[in-house]
Design a protein around this ligand. Structure first.
Ligand code: SF4
Length: 281
């Protein structure tokens, strides 16, 4: 069986930076617990390794003892979370990706000019909650799919759209067209990050040459799951592989070329493990 690796895959600069900031925070802990608000990145291997090093992941600031060292994940946080952290005198290491921060700045700037915001993204994703939470309630609407556009209110003033960094251009493009039909005055900002689009373009190329593609990554990783979908949309069977159990489920019979890709939150050691495991098939 031939194995081909996507031209671009694996950890992006934002995730590397978030992990570097976490290491800096750990170095200051002197054996005390380090708290991380949300998963630092959506990858099981990375999370489990950090848990073994006295890192506790929380989904509420209330779960962090006052004055503790705390990391905000690469997905970014709302203003309210920053205020809660300040009230508890947490010592914060902010690992928000600079590209997510760019979207935060755009939302805040739009609000300061009394513009409405449509955020195109997954409602339950921390990045969406964080970005929408940069402005007061009522100024930003979230659109996850075409149906959501139907329930948006009429809006006569200035309005901008911002897209979640890890979405696919093709999905966002359709929603932008429908938004332009509803709000002819809308201005669309370019929110999708280059790391996402280069990995998506690479898997489209890989799909042309393979009978099966395996994407190393965790189910919680939005961009890893989207890579699987894109390969399938290109007509190539594809599966997400987070661990040994996932790999056992995969039928390699009749496959002459397997492609390997990985999400932007996947560490190189997980890619290396998958490569070695596939070579044994
Ligand atoms: S995928 Fe893009 S936005 Fe997300 S952490 Fe990586 S560089 Fe930042």
């Amino acid at each position: 069986m031939n194995i081909k690796i996507a031209q671009c895959c694996g950890m992006c600069s934002g995730v590397r930076r978030a992990l570097k900031i976490t290491e800096e925070a750990l170095a200051e802990c002197n054996g005390k617990t380090l708290y991380v608000y949300h998963e630092i990145v959506h990858n099981t291997m990375v999370i489990n390794e950090l848990k073994n090093r006295n890192v506790v992941f929380v989904h509420s600031i209330d779960d962090i003892p006052d004055g503790s060292l705390t990391v905000f994940s690469a997905h970014g946080v709302s203003r309210s979370i920053e205020e809660q952290a300040a009230a508890k005198k947490l010592r914060v290491f902010d690992a928000t990706c600079l590209l997510v921060r760019k979207n935060h700045n755009a939302a805040e700037e739009a609000h300061s000019r009394n513009k409405r915001i449509v955020f195109i993204g997954k409602k339950s994703h921390p990045e969406c909650i964080g970005t929408v939470g940069r402005v007061p309630a009522g100024y930003a609407y979230v659109v996850e799919n075409e149906n959501d556009i139907k329930s948006l209110p009429d809006c006569g003033g200035e309005i901008i759209s911002i897209a979640q960094t890890t979405l696919a251009e093709s999905d966002v493009g359709k929603i932008k067209c429908l938004l332009s039909a509803k709000y002819p005055q809308i201005k669309h900002l370019d929110g999708i990050c280059f790391a996402t689009s280069t990995r998506q373009n690479a898997i489209r190329e890989l799909a042309k040459e393979c009978g099966l593609i395996l994407v190393a990554g965790s189910p919680a990783s939005s961009n890893s799951c989207r890579l699987v979908q894109i390969a399938r949309e290109c007509g190539c069977p594809a599966e997400l592989v987070d661990n040994e159990d996932d790999l056992k489920e995969i039928d390699f019979s009749g496959i002459s070329t397997v492609g390997i890709s990985a999400g932007a939150s996947t560490p190189q050691k997980q890619i290396d493990w998958l490569l070695a495991a596939v070579r044994l098939k």
